[in-house]
Design a protein around this ligand. Structure first.
Ligand SMILES: C[S@@+](CC[C@H](N)C(=O)[O-])C[C@H]1O[C@@H](n2cnc3c(N)ncnc32)[C@H](O)[C@@H]1O
Length: 248
């Protein structure tokens, strides 16, 4: 997965700009945490002012961190080079589903911090989203239960779950961000910044995207999903999980 982000990371900075509304939700969850570590930090989106250090394995992502951002350690979540309870909070934003051993990474987060803040999505988000249902069923369709991927419930002592609706004009182009702007999925650079699509490759996404383009042009997409164009935000299963330690 590190290798994946060394490859797909090249358009990340342009298409995955932090969204201020998502940022506000993360900042609220962090509360008065003064010392914060950001795990799977990527190019540095959503890092709070008090951030002490970032952890990121992919060099391509590290290279895109803005000048003046917090120092970064090249490491993986599963082996964090920090002391027990060194930080008030550990952040993990849209990254836990990439970790080869998520349970080990989550345990490490709990070891080094008092509070853990994880932005992730539940499986239902994929199973119900029009892009998955209608065009790219090869995207992981797990089950319709409100489970989180990876199964954070099995590992973490969860104290809060905060829904993060996706604004219609979300500046952070993650998989479901273009729910009201289907035209955006036609942009190969936008797709390249979405790991789920980049992983599938053009053999699978190419024909699906051609079908989407034809449906947009003919009005078929609007006939089926045009009602979405009336909405300002949509709950697509993204959640901030607040945890304090692990179960057991
Ligand atoms: C979708 S990006 C999210 C980056 C950033 N948190 C953000 O919100 O823009 C996922 C990140 O997880 C990183 N990653 C992959 N495997 C990891 C691991 N085992 N430990 C920590 N980070 C990992 C990737 O290199 C990538 O930068």
């Amino acid at each position: 997965m590190t290798a994946l982000y060394d490859t797909i990371g090249t358009t990340y900075g342009r298409y995955r700009r932090p969204d201020l509304r998502v940022q506000a939700a993360i900042d609220a969850a962090l509360g008065d945490a003064k010392t914060v570590v950001n795990i799977g930090a990527g190019s540095g989106s959503y890092e709070p002012a008090g951030l002490i250090i970032a952890v990121e394995p992919a060099r391509t992502m590290i290279a895109q961190r803005p000048i003046g951002s917090a120092p970064v350690v090249q490491a993986v979540a599963e082996h964090l080079p920090f002391r027990d309870k060194q930080f008030d909070a550990a952040l993990a934003i849209l990254t836990t589903h990439h970790w080869p051993d998520p349970r080990a990474g989550l345990r490490e987060m709990a070891r080094i911090s008092h509070k853990q803040i994880i932005l992730t999505h539940n499986d239902a988000a994929f199973a119900n989203f029009w892009l998955t249902v209608e065009y790219i069923p090869e995207l992981p369709r797990l089950d319709l239960a409100e489970r989180f991927m990876p199964p954070i419930e099995d590992t973490m002592r969860i104290t809060d779950i905060i829904p993060v609706p996706v604004p219609w004009d979300c500046t952070d182009g993650f998989l479901c961000s273009y729910w009201r702007r289907p035209e955006m999925y036609l942009d190969p650079d936008a797709r390249a910044a979405i790991s789920g699509l980049a992983l599938l490759g053009d053999d699978i996404t190419g024909p699906a995207i051609n079908r989407l383009a034809a449906d947009i042009k003919s009005g078929a997409w609007d006939a089926r999903y045009g009602h979405l164009r009336e909405l300002d935000e949509l709950d697509l299963g993204y959640r901030i999980i607040v945890a304090e330690g692990v179960i057991g």
